[in-house]
Write a protein that binds this ligand. Structure first.
Ligand code: MLC
Ligand code: AMP
Length: 516
């Protein structure tokens, strides 16, 4: 036996090839990381984890800013046979406490500056806490785990793990307001990396401009695993910043992003066909790419963005083809075809019966990419799978006569803002707890930058209700991106005859709130 994911991703790595350039800011020099460094750095961290008592199957929870060290910690956890559990850096203390309580990791790694905030409750939960920063040079301490890694051996005997063993748990919010941990196996991650690398023709000649966060599927698995498998390299930016992207695009061959990346680039006059004439591929996903954006991008640059569709629970399900033109080429407004090893069907939500060709229904998928279930939630898992093993995505779609999948809406009450998911229920529960609020409804409406923007509609219980004070009260409690960008006051919420809040009426009413 070997370690399935690591063996397949890194087994044939050319240790001399470059894996990542980490550009310095201002005059600071770039750092470079070869595939040899990847093996050594991840071995050092794997040794450090094992020294700290991490055993196969243990969860390693991590909430740290994007860095190459953080990426190596992902590989280290998998090499040690553990289950990597990355957390969005925007999560507040309360949110992190929920995840740690639920996942019961043996170790939690946070940024040095958040150690004080987290020490007390991790102690209460009996979870070891360590810190990870960026290694800037000898004698410069930047975190307990960073230091331990530097002092640890540079070789590590990978812990044996089979294809069905867990490699990661990623939390996704739930329609009930309670987040669920999607359990992803070595096979889930590798099969998807393999399909995408082939389909998108990634090779060791590629240089991926990496500006996505590395705590979600897109930046962590799609971008990183594809790069590793192809033996390609990346320019590893701390986040999306149009100046930095424009600065580094000339040396990249490919880029992956959420639609906001592309609309922001289109807003920048420096982003033109000359800047990107050498580029091989622009990929978009995690949120709908408007046809107008697709068209404007092609007009400006001559490139047709390749749109694909995925989820935390399933990795990638469909993709537009690599081929650009023709009747089997990339098409705006579609997410392309199911991946070779993915079965996809469109069904009636209640009965689960397949709809007639071309009709709209819920998208269901099955394949080696699909997760094994929600952590400690067998009932919830059972609810979201059909008896024949298809996973009910909650996305509404149709398949056109040429076989292209179109996403036309969502059966789940979900807002996607700048590629981040926000479940209205979670925000509503929090608002309803606030003094002066009788009830609330949270909706997403078109937003020029984030695609959708969050608005809370509240019915006050008192005439003294103060919207500004309320917004500042919830500020420390949930991640910034989930917080309503506007609070709209109403005397009552529109309801149908069954008493259900008519969110479509609210969305229509507030449609132009950000664009008007
Ligand atoms: C930041 N803010 C957001 C936000 N990002 N608000 C709503 N939605 C978002 N996505 C807040 C900030 O806290 C700030 O609040 C204000 O908006 C302006 O911030 P900014 O500086 O303009 O934002 P920025 O840091 O540039 O981030 C925007 C972004 C980022 C689009 C670059 O959100 C991002 O990297 N998104 C990618 C998400 C992603 O990787 N998704 C993949 C999920 S995996 P204030 O009030 O403090 O000023 C998945 C599966 C799949 O979905 O298919 O891939
Ligand atoms: P997440 O749970 O963060 O992984 O988000 C997954 C959801 O993002 C999916 O269920 C879809 O609703 C949405 N999504 C991902 N890619 C696309 C896309 N290309 N077009 C439309 N929606 C998408």
């Amino acid at each position: 036996m070997t370690n399935y994911l690591i063996h397949n991703l890194l087994g044939n790595a050319n240790t001399g090839a470059q894996f990542a350039e980490i550009p310095g800011t201002g005059d600071a020099q770039s750092r470079y990381c070869s595939y040899g460094d990847v093996l050594q750095m991840s071995a050092r961290f794997a040794n450090a984890l094992v020294e700290r008592g991490v055993k196969p199957g243990d969860r390693v929870a991590v909430q740290v800013p994007k860095s190459i060290e953080a990426l190596m910690l992902y590989l280290a956890a998998v090499r040690a046979g553990a289950v990597f559990l990355p957390l969005n850096t925007a999560y507040t203390k309360g949110e992190v406490a929920y995840f740690l309580n639920d996942a019961e990791p043996s170790i939690f790694v946070c940024a040095p500056e958040r150690l004080d905030e987290y020490s007390a409750f991790t102690k209460e939960l009996g979870i070891k806490i360590e810190t990870l920063g960026v290694w800037t040079g000898p004698q410069v301490s930047s975190g307990s785990l960073t230091d331990a890694g530097l002092g640890a051996p540079r070789t590590f005997k990978n812990v044996d793990r089979g294809p069905e063993d867990l490699a990661a748990i990623l939390y996704t919010s739930g329609t009930t307001g309670r987040s669920k941990g999607a359990m992803l196996s070595h096979r889930n991650l590798f099969s998807n990396a393999q399909s995408l690398t082939e389909l998108w023709e990634f090779s060791n000649q590629d240089v991926l401009l990496h500006a996505l966060p590395i705590f979600h599927t897109h930046g962590l698995f799609v971008a990183t695993n594809v790069t590793l498998l192809a033996g390609a390299s990346m320019i590893f930016l701390p986040g999306f910043d149009a100046d930095e992207v424009v600065r580094h695009l000339p040396r990249a061959t490919s880029m992956m992003g959420v639609p906001t990346f592309y609309t922001r680039l289109l807003d920048d006059p420096r982003f033109d066909s000359k800047l990107v004439s050498h580029m091989r591929l622009f990929i978009s996903g995690s949120a709908p790419l408007l046809s107008e954006t697709h068209t404007a991008f092609e007009e400006r640059t001559g490139h047709r963005i390749l749109e694909r569709y995925g989820m935390t629970e399933t990795n990638m399900n469909t993709s537009n083809p690599y081929i650009v033109e023709g009747n089997k080429g990339r098409r705006a407004g579609t997410v392309g075809f199911p991946l070779d090893d993915v079965e996809l069907r469109i069904c009636e939500s209640e009965s689960g019966k397949e709809v007639a060709p071309g009709d709209v229904g819920v998208i269901e998928v099955k394949g080696p990419n699909v997760f094994s279930g929600y952590w400690k939630m067998p009932d919830k898992t059972a609810e979201e799978f059909r008896e024949d093993g298809f996973f009910i995505t909650g996305d509404l779609g149709k398949i056109d006569p040429d076989g292209y999948v179109h996403i036309v809406g969502r059966a789940k009450d979900l807002i996607i803002s700048g590629g981040y998911n926000i479940y209205p229920k979670e925000v509503e529960l929090l608002l309803d707890e606030q003094e002066g609020i009788l009830e609330s409804a949270v909706v997403g409406v078109p937003h020029p930058d984030f695609g959708e923007g969050v608005i809370a509609v509240v019915v006050p219980s008192t005439p003294e209700f103060d919207p500004v004070a309320t917004l500042s009260l919830i500020k420390p409690q949930i991640a910034r991106y989930k917080q309503p960008k506007l609070l709209h006051v109403m005397d009552e919420l529109p309801r149908n005859t069954m008493g259900k809040v008519q969110k479509n009426v609210l969305r229509e009413l507030l449609h132009d709130s950000f664009s008007g």
